[in-house]
Design a protein around this ligand. Structure first.
Ligand code: A2H
Length: 253
């Protein structure tokens, strides 16, 4: 944990009905995978969501109607941030693993894709955010490489029971221009650095260092209500809008 608290936006990705048998006990609730992001202005470019296959998750009651699927640790933090049906006490309706979540169809706010799918990412940390990550391969090198791994490796798809139609139709969507890197910055930097898989930690750290800072300081929005606006200016506006529409909540740790 850093010294400074990190302020995330939790993006509420709604699980589309009908629920698979594992989620049967949640029938009648609004169930969301809640992804922690530092880049709410990138949500236009979501192609999927990520879960850790062997990760432990739970379905936690946030209020009378909403249930978030997140790690226990995140549920505890949320409860202390007044997001829990019973104040300061997370109530877990069912426990789940990442494997149970792979293939869930989701409706995610702002995404140009009507439905996106929950897919396996092997590098998710369970002690950061909610353990759920939303995937924006245009602007996140981690997301780009994890998606490319699944697209290019049928054996990897088979290992996790990932169907082709959950992944092959989903292309990188240009959403932000960075003068030095173009309209698909993460893709360009991953190619330039010759990154071969999501497991190349050091190279990915370098790719993130390059794209994340420049995206924020020099990026311009290519899509949405704030097209043409600098990322720095659009980000707080988009975050506020997501919160006002009830599509997200603030989360700090
Ligand atoms: B960001 P920081 Cl487009 N494990 O969201 C691994 N990664 C996680 C995570 C976890 N448990 N929880 C969140 N994250 C990711 C979008 C994005 C992000 C873009 C570009 C850069 C970027 C789409 N994925 O982050 O260590 C989430 O990915 C670059 C820093 O707390 C979250 O924001 O700084 C970011 O890491 C938080 O990382």
């Amino acid at each position: 944990e850093g010294v400074q608290p990190q302020d995330y936006t939790l993006i509420k990705m709604e699980v589309v009905l009908p629920f698979p048998p594992k989620l049967g006990p949640l029938e009648g609730k609004n169930v969301f995978l809640a992804a922690a992001t530092l880049r709410p202005e990138t949500m236009y470019g979501q192609t999927n969501s990520w879960v850790l296959p062997d990760g432990k998750y739970g379905a936690y009651e946030i209020n009378e109607t909403d249930v978030y699927i997140i790690t226990e640790r995140a549920a505890l933090n949320l409860a202390y941030q007044k997001l829990s049906k019973i104040p300061e006490k997370p109530t877990c309706l069912i426990t789940l693993t990442g494997h149970d979540l792979i293939g869930l169809p989701l409706k995610s706010p702002m995404s140009f894709n009507d439905i996106i799918y929950s897919l396996p990412m092997l590098t998710i940390l369970t002690d950061k955010g909610t353990g759920i990550v939303t995937s924006v391969p245009s602007d996140s090198p981690d997301d780009y490489m994890a998606l490319l791994d699944l697209k290019s490796k049928p054996a990897l798809r088979a290992k996790f029971g990932v169907k082709d139609e959950w992944i092959l139709p989903f292309e990188v969507i240009p959403i932000i221009n960075i003068p030095e890197f173009g309209d698909k910055a993460a893709e360009k930097v991953c190619i330039d650095l010759k990154i071969k898989s999501q497991n190349e930690k050091d190279k990915l750290a370098e790719a993130k260092r390059l794209t994340y800072l420049k995206g924020f300081t020099e990026g311009t929005m290519l899509v949405g209500e704030y097209t043409g606006m600098k990322v720095q200016e659009a980000k707080p506006l988009i975050r506020t809008k997501l919160l006002e529409l009830g599509h997200g909540v603030m989360y700090s740790e």
